[in-house]
Design a protein around this ligand. Structure first.
Ligand code: ATP
Ligand code: MN
Ligand code: MN
Length: 306
């Protein structure tokens, strides 16, 4: 198996010209995982991860005192980040102009780790066409205590319903509690249409099987059910990036899996940093992902509406 080492992380940072301070500082106390080991991890997964994260607006979870201490979401670049982390202006819904982070390469992942980023969240669009989503996410959020088998069957049912509409999808364990069913798209429809499609799709699941599904965010409505979180599919919303570590117990990773593996999964937080680094070598879980040129069509929107 892969062992993550301080020396290797330090070497990577040095080679890429990113200043890594306190490389031996422990960021995951329960695992004893250090900053330099996280850098080593990202160097192992970069080839698999970068195609999913590069050049997209980002939202970062930063934990300056390490996991389990105070962490915060940072959406806007207010300065003081290393030069390997870039930013560009986006006009928000209310007209505010804000600088959003993006990265291009491993140096960006290393620089983020230097800034205590423990989670990398991505928009569903790229900077060069920020108003046209190129990935949709159906985020399956279970009620407290619901067995993982319910998430498995929900994921495959969502896959089948999407396939009936003509859309291929891929599964990812979130590193937390649920599975994300992801639909890669040619960036053609705008955010409003994408959100309408996802909302109607979730509402149809709910109306067809109200005992299993809810499309309502409220925890009260979730009792024994799965919330199909379609709200990821809005301009400005984010989802955890494939291969990002999570700032959760066990330092679990969000990992792409295959539909064949899904029925056998024991949970969404099963991949440690080492296990994920191992899997990333020659990763081929989503072989068609970047080849699929599928579009969201007016016909699909109509099929799920009302
Ligand atoms: P789990 O499987 O445990 O649900 P998850 O990554 O799907 O893990 P959610 O709580 O369902 O976590 O959140 C989905 C997404 O919403 C996150 O990946 C993140 O991008 C976004 N998100 C969650 N909380 C915030 C927040 N406070 N600020 C900004 N975005 C958030
Ligand atoms: Mn979720
Ligand atoms: Mn959610």
């Amino acid at each position: 198996g892969i062992e993550l080492k301080d020396e290797e992380g330090e070497e990577v940072a040095e080679r890429l010209g990113v200043r890594l301070t306190s490389p031996h500082r422990v960021v995951y106390p329960d695992q004893g995982t250090t900053k330099a080991q996280l850098v080593d991890y990202y160097s192992e997964v970069a080839e698999a991860m970068l195609p999913h994260i590069a050049n997209r607006p980002l939202s970062l979870v930063r934990c300056p005192q390490g996991r389990a201490k105070h962490c915060f979401f940072q959406k806007h670049d207010t300065g003081s980040f290393p030069e390997q982390i870039y930013s560009q202006t986006i006009t928000e819904k209310d007209g505010d102009r804000q600088n959003y982070f993006f990265i291009k390469d491993l140096a960006g992942l290393v620089a983020g780790t230097q800034m205590n980023v423990l989670e990398w969240h991505i928009w569903g669009s790229h900077f060069d066409d920020v108003d046209k989503p190129d990935r949709l996410v159906f985020d399956i959020d279970p009620d407290e205590g619901l067995d993982f088998s319910h998430i498995i069957s929900a994921a495959t049912d969502i896959r089948d319903r999407l396939a009936d509409l003509g859309l291929k999808s891929v599964p990812m364990v979130s590193g937390g509690k649920g599975v994300h069913v992801i639909v890669p798209l040619k960036p053609e429809m705008d955010w409003a249409e994408a959100k309408t499609f996802c909302r109607d799709f979730a509402k149809k699941l709910e109306s067809d099987e109200p005992d299993r599904f809810t499309a309502n965010l409220s925890k009260a409505k979730r009792k024994g059910r799965l919330f199909i979180d379609y709200l990821r599919n809005e301009r400005g919303s984010t989802a955890i990036a494939p291969w990002s570590v999570r700032s959760r117990e066990g330092a679990p990773v969000a990992v792409p899996v295959t539909w064949d593996e899904v029925p056998r999964l024991k949970g969404a937080n099963i991949f440690s940093l080492e296990a994920a680094a191992e899997r990333a070598q020659g990763d081929n879980a989503w072989p068609d992902y970047f080849k699929l040129k599928q579009k969201l069509t007016a016909k699909m929107l109509k099929a799920v509406s009302g």
